[in-house]
Design a protein around this ligand. Structure first.
Ligand SMILES: [Zn+2]
Length: 244
């Protein structure tokens, strides 16, 4: 979720590339991207900070797969920037302000629906401007004036070494992770036809069996599963209407 080394970089995920080809077999081009989904929540009316940090020097551009851009379009993100990192130490996938999604070779080997959930989860962080929410919260909870900085990285760095401040903001991070989970599962359903069992729940089961990874940075897997179950029917309906 929250990685101060990358400002608002967030941990994402892991799990077969063959299945990916099968799961999204009808995606051939980036044409005909949809408008944002009517069900997708409006982003919060939060101050927009400037984000300048150099992310992942060793990263290289990654060609987007059509289904990923489809999910970004449903979320109202016109330009999603994809990067490939060989460094797995920050997890297999994470997002960073303002529009960056970083994947690793481990992510690209995941089961198709689990990967769709992981990418959907990170797209939600970007679309809902969670990084701007974090920067605002840092200023508020640290008692700094709102005009102290317009640079998002500077605001986030307030938590460097300040465990008390990180604790005060942690409830917001938990809320953001829950939001990214359920909306990400619905994006995977609509774009790749994945029901919640094959996407989010399968991923979380895999994570809890593997230990560490995302599970170390996000709420416990069982709690996440229980919070996702109320969205199973909605995901099923979206999956049935999926173009894949
Ligand atoms: Zn997250």
């Amino acid at each position: 979720m929250f990685n101060l080394a990358f400002g608002s970089a967030r941990r994402g995920i892991v799990g077969n590339i063959l299945q990916l080809a099968l799961a999204c077999a009808s995606w051939h081009s980036l044409e005909a991207l949809p408008a944002s989904a009517a069900w997708f929540p409006d982003p919060p009316t939060v101050r927009h900070y400037a984000w300048h940090y150099d992310l992942c020097e060793a990263c290289e551009a990654l060609a987007p797969r059509p289904e990923w851009m489809h999910m970004a379009a449903l979320a109202g993100i016109p330009k999603l920037r994809l990067l490939l990192s060989l460094d797995e130490s920050n997890g297999p996938a994470y997002s960073a302000a303002p529009n960056v999604l970083v994947l690793t070779p481990a992510a690209l080997k995941m089961d198709a629906c689990q990967l769709a959930f992981v990418i959907g989860h990170e797209i939600v962080h970007i679309a809902q401007r969670h990084f701007d929410e974090d920067a605002t919260a840092m200023l508020v909870y640290s008692g700094m004036p709102s005009n102290w900085t317009d640079k998002g990285e500077e605001a986030l760095q307030l938590a460097d070494g300040d465990f008390g401040l990180a604790l005060r903001v942690s409830h917001l991070w938990q809320d953001q992770e829950r939001e990214a989970d359920w909306i990400g599962a619905l994006l995977a359903a609509q774009s790749c036809g994945c029901d919640i069992e094959s996407s989010a729940l399968a991923y979380l089961r895999h994570e809890s069996e593997a230990g560490g990874g995302l599970a170390a940075a996000h709420p416990a897997s069982m709690e996440r599963v229980l919070r996702l179950l109320p969205f199973a029917e909605s995901a099923k309906r979206l999956a049935e209407r999926s173009p894949r």
